[in-house]
Design a protein around this ligand. Sequence first.
Ligand code: SAM
Length: 233
Amino acid sequence: MTKTRLLDRYAEARDDMVKLLIERGIADQQVLKAMAQVERHLFVPLPLRNHAYDDAALPIGEGQTISQPFTVAVMTEALHVGDGDKVLEIGTGSGYQAAVLSAMGVRVFTIERIPSLLKGARNVLEGLGVRYISKLSDGSTGWRELSPFDGIVVAAGAPDIPKPLVEQLRVGGRLVVPVGSHEFQQMKVITKLSDRNDFEITDLSDFKFVPLIGKEGWPSERNSGDDSSSSQS
Ligand code: SAM
């Protein structure tokens, strides 16, 4: 056993998680490399650490979840971003997806609406030396002052495509957002084609997310999602 493995008792579990992502169809080497690198166990509550590399969403408090690894991989792959690109994440949650994006060399901007979650995520991200910019706010309307973004990823289920987010993409940029009912959402990838109202929408598979709460989201708190891909048994 190498020194690294002695220091990181989760390394094998993380490798297995990445193998499963490949088996499930994730092909983007940058995404796989980043997910092989980021220590997901640091983003989950202590009592759940032994499940950190299961392909499952896990509770992080406040009725919210850290997304399932497969979901994070699908969304990150769909963004088509890389070194130096500027990405806005809506729903910081545990901070895990922000860390994955940062490991890909992305400049990360992230918004969370629940103070205790943002505080926890900041602690972990700062402890790991991850560079990012965050704010506590309703992210459903984006972050107009810092736009345009090369990519925007929404880690919570929206009733419709939030229009301000499409406006805040640069031409050629992509918005990845789960859209649908409280029960299920379809992952949509919206590519902005021009500065006019010109975009292309691609539908990926169904997922189950916690709700996006806010001006361009759901009006009130009602947690029915668990942030996993609906195809998972
Ligand atoms: N990306 C996160 C991670 O890697 O752990 C998972 C996020 S969790 C599935 C969804 C998050 O979206 C929750 O933390 C929730 O509080 C947040 N959220 C919901 N509506 C929001 C809004 N309007 N603005 C910002 N965050 C929001």
